[in-house]
Write a protein that binds this ligand. Structure first.
Ligand code: SF4
Length: 415
């Protein structure tokens, strides 16, 4: 367009003198329009130039950033390849180590088997030379140790506990391991018993196989019926045994028998060699629909006594005493919110000490505060380990199978 005008305008200048004023005016307008077009065209050209420039810059920038990105990606890929290489190396090292360890273990086992084979061969040579008596004695001891080992294993659940509700007794057997013959009259309050039963039920989720309700003589307790009801309420599925000497059984009220029947309480009579009408007891229990049995083997074998020997100075090895104790991990006792490992420790530390002015100390480790436990695991762990109080028990010198007789309340009955 510019070129065209540059050609036209000089030619038009020649004819300039011949044009009229009107033509001149028109020509002026045309020229001004042409000028504006030229201006616009130059602006457009400039914009196009600018655009081309920015496009160039942009494409340069894109190419630079692409290059950077590419380099970064490359670097990442390289790092990952290195990591994979390292991992492979580490895996290989671990594999080698495992192979070595399993090889070592195998060799050790083989060597142990070799050693055992030598021992067995030696034993095979030695055993026939051992005198039969020594052999029998060792075999017996091994069996005893097996029994102790089994008894002292942590129980999977609580099999039994004694609910001690009365301290004193109306029969007073010599050598009683509850020390009832020398106890003053004492009843554990009903409220305490109810609360303890509830707590034990919560801790064990009611999963206790058997509870022995006893004392002293349980039939002496003025709130016995409420206690039996509470026990059943707290332990709906447990065997509840009220263990009595039977002296007061035939005097029990209709309400007593009904309570036993309604709460499925087992009456367990210890058949002492005393003049009691056991036949009538069996009959009445049968009539009332109450479960009735005799303690241990006393239905057929006369009840004998045992002598629980105390070491008042506490010089025994507690572990040794515990391992040889038939109470251990078997006959725990619940009284006043505390669970004791046996019937001996709590009663010796109170009743015996008071009667004979001794000072056998009950320490914290000797009992478990059931209100500080979280679950039955605390109880089971507590029960299968020796206690400090065991140092007062000469368990290896206990005497069993003594003819039953009443206590004369002498200290020698327990020392
Ligand atoms: S104090 Fe120990 S050894 Fe003595 S009766 Fe209790 S558990 Fe057995």
């Amino acid at each position: 367009m510019k070129k065209l005008l540059s050609k036209i305008l000089p030619a038009s200048a020649k004819a300039f003198h011949t044009i009229s004023a009107k033509q001149y005016k028109l020509l002026g307008k045309i020229l001004s329009a042409v000028k504006s077009i030229i201006t616009n065209l130059s602006m457009q050209d400039k914009k196009i130039d600018d655009l081309q420039k920015s496009q160039k810059i942009l494409s340069e920038e894109i190419s630079t950033s692409n290059k950077i990105l590419f380099e970064q990606q490359n670097k990442k890929i390289e790092t990952m390849q290195q990591d994979i290489k390292n991992l492979k190396k580490e895996l290989q090292t671990q594999n080698d180590l495992l192979a070595k360890q399993s090889n070592d273990f195998f060799n050790q086992q083989v060597s142990k088997i070799d050693d055992l084979t030598v021992i067995i061969n030696n034993l095979n040579e030695i055993i026939p030379k051992i005198p039969q008596r020594t052999y029998n004695k060792s075999a017996k001891r091994i069996k005893e140790l097996e029994k102790i080992f089994l008894r002292l294993q942590k129980q999977p659940r609580l099999a039994y506990f004694v609910l001690n509700i009365v301290s004193h007794c109306n029969l007073k057997c010599k050598g009683c391991d509850h020390f009832a013959p020398i106890a003053e009259e004492h009843f554990v309050p009903l409220q305490t018993i109810e609360s303890d039963l509830q707590q034990m039920s919560q801790l064990t989720a009611g999963a206790v196989t058997r509870i022995g309700i006893m004392g002293g003589e349980p039939l002496l307790h003025p709130n016995l019926l409420e206690i039996l009801q509470s026990a059943r309420k707290a332990f709906p599925n447990t065997l509840l045994q009220c263990t009595t000497n039977g002296v007061l059984l035939l005097q029990q009220s209709e309400e007593f028998w009904q309570t036993c029947k309604n709460n499925n309480i087992h009456i367990c009579v210890t058949k002492y060699p005393i003049n009691l009408d056991f036949e009538s007891m069996e009959k009445i229990a049968l009539q009332k629909g109450v479960n009735y049995s005799y303690y241990h083997t006393t239905a057929t074998v006369l009840k004998t006594s045992r002598k629980i020997i105390m070491d008042i100075d506490g010089t025994q090895n507690p572990k040794r005493s515990f391992y040889n104790c038939f109470h251990a991990n078997t006959l725990p006792l619940l009284m006043y919110g505390k669970l004791y490992p046996c019937t001996v420790a709590p009663n010796a530390a109170t009743i015996f000490n008071k009667k004979f002015s001794t000072n056998m100390l009950l320490e914290n480790g000797d009992f478990l505060d059931i209100y500080k436990c979280t679950d039955s695991n605390d109880i089971l762990t507590f029960l299968h380990t020796p206690k400090p109080f065991c140092r007062y028990c000469k368990t290896t010198e206990r005497i069993h199978g003594i003819t039953w007789e009443q206590s004369k309340q002498n200290i020698s009955e327990w020392t």
